[in-house]
Design a protein around this ligand. Sequence first.
Ligand code: HEC
Length: 130
Amino acid sequence: MRALKVVTMVLSVSSLVALAVVVPAWGQGVWTAPPDAKNRQNPAKGFGNVAKAVAVNCAMCHGAGGKGDGPQAAGLPTKPADWTSEAVQKQTDGELFWKISTGRGPMPPWRHLPEKERWEIVNYIRTLKK
Ligand code: HEC
């Protein structure tokens, strides 16, 4: 019985250690979408009324102009992406759509927004290209 307790303790301590190593690594390194997501075609034309949705849902982190300088940006462990940058603009529509839907680290997943709206957000991000 005592041995079991020790084993359980050692196990829980080592899983804590594993967590401590894994958690800070979230949101770091290159973020790549899976190939099938990358190659998806954007079915939306234009960006409808999404500028408003972006202002409400994204600007606090990504900034009003999408430069990644929203009021909440400074407090985040990972900096919000600068949508005007080459790093973002060189990605395919499918890749941006997947990232917006999936999220990572402090970037929330936006899967609950209608699919068409998420594609339109991608089109909106395109208008911010430097
Ligand atoms: C709470 C802050 C926050 C909000 C709100 C937020 N984002 Fe982000 N976003 C981030 C962070 C932080 C990253 C960088 C994540 C990473 O690299 O791990 C990011 C990354 C991204 C990227 C990926 C760019 C790249 O590096 O490849 C896109 C696209 C994006 N966000 C779009 C959006 C859209 C669209 C919205 C609103 C619907 C939104 N974000 C709302 C914090 C936020």
